[in-house]
Write a protein that binds this ligand. Structure first.
Ligand SMILES: Cc1cc2nc3c(=O)[nH]c(=O)nc-3n(C[C@H](O)[C@H](O)[C@H](O)COP(=O)(O)O)c2cc1C
Length: 200
């Protein structure tokens, strides 16, 4: 009887301690993204941006922390006005500010960077982020949404910008697919993560 009670107590202790240990281990993967909700090409007015949806899927599959680049000055909800603002930012090579900062940057060894393609390029606010942190020794993984341009030049632009990091092959998915087909996007992400050696 004593043995049985000891066994039950041991099992109860194990159940109490294991989750505490799991919670104490900090995530080493971070998903950072910029995404624009509101009116967008091919999807109408959306509550959650396409890249945000893709970022959430990646974070779930990688058990990662998430940091969204939320602009201090919001972009217009209206699509045409947003096109104009993006054009001006690119012409001026602007560095728009975003809210907050990433805590415990050093704990992350792998950083996913997500963005929509804007006029064939990475939105300027993502450059604000890339210039704010030291990427030495990190593994960087680009991902993006688009409506026809694929990755455009963004893979090479990130490789050229973050020369102290190892940049893995990114994934581009159509924004309308990430918005309307969560399962299909999830499968694309899973295959890609396997292909670049980040999942089994
Ligand atoms: C300012 C702006 C410029 C865009 N330029 C392009 C482009 O050059 N090529 C492309 O394929 N899609 C372009 N798009 C479409 C977006 O890349 C696409 O809708 C993306 O999924 C939006 O993601 P988000 O909802 O995360 O912001 C553009 C959209 C905006 C708002």
């Amino acid at each position: 009887m004593k043995k049985l009670i000891s066994l039950i107590l041991a099992v109860m202790l194990l159940y109490a301690v294991v989750p505490a240990i799991a919670e104490a281990v900090p995530a080493h993967v971070l998903v950072v993204y910029f995404s624009h909700a509101g009116e967008n090409y091919n999807v109408g007015v959306i509550e959650e941006g396409n890249t945000a949806k893709m970022g959430r899927i990646i974070a779930e599959q990688m058990n990662a922390d998430v940091f969204e680049l939320v602009p201090v000055v919001p972009y217009p909800q209206d699509y045409d006005s947003c096109l104009d603002v993006a054009t001006r930012e690119q012409q001026k090579d602007a560095r728009p500010e975003y809210e907050g900062e990433i805590e415990n940057w050093d704990q992350y060894d792998t950083v996913f960077i997500g963005y929509p393609i804007w006029w064939g390029k990475i939105p300027n606010i993502v450059y604000t982020f890339m210039e704010a942190y030291d990427f030495t020794g990190k593994t960087v993984v680009p991902f993006n949404t688009h409506e026809g341009s694929g990755q455009a030049h963004s893979q090479r632009d990130i490789e050229g910008k973050l020369t102290s990091a190892a940049v893995l092959k990114g994934l581009a998915v159509r924004g309308s697919k990430t918005q309307n087909d969560t399962e299909g996007t999830g499968a694309d992400v899973a295959n890609w993560l396997k292909g670049i050696g980040l999942a089994e």
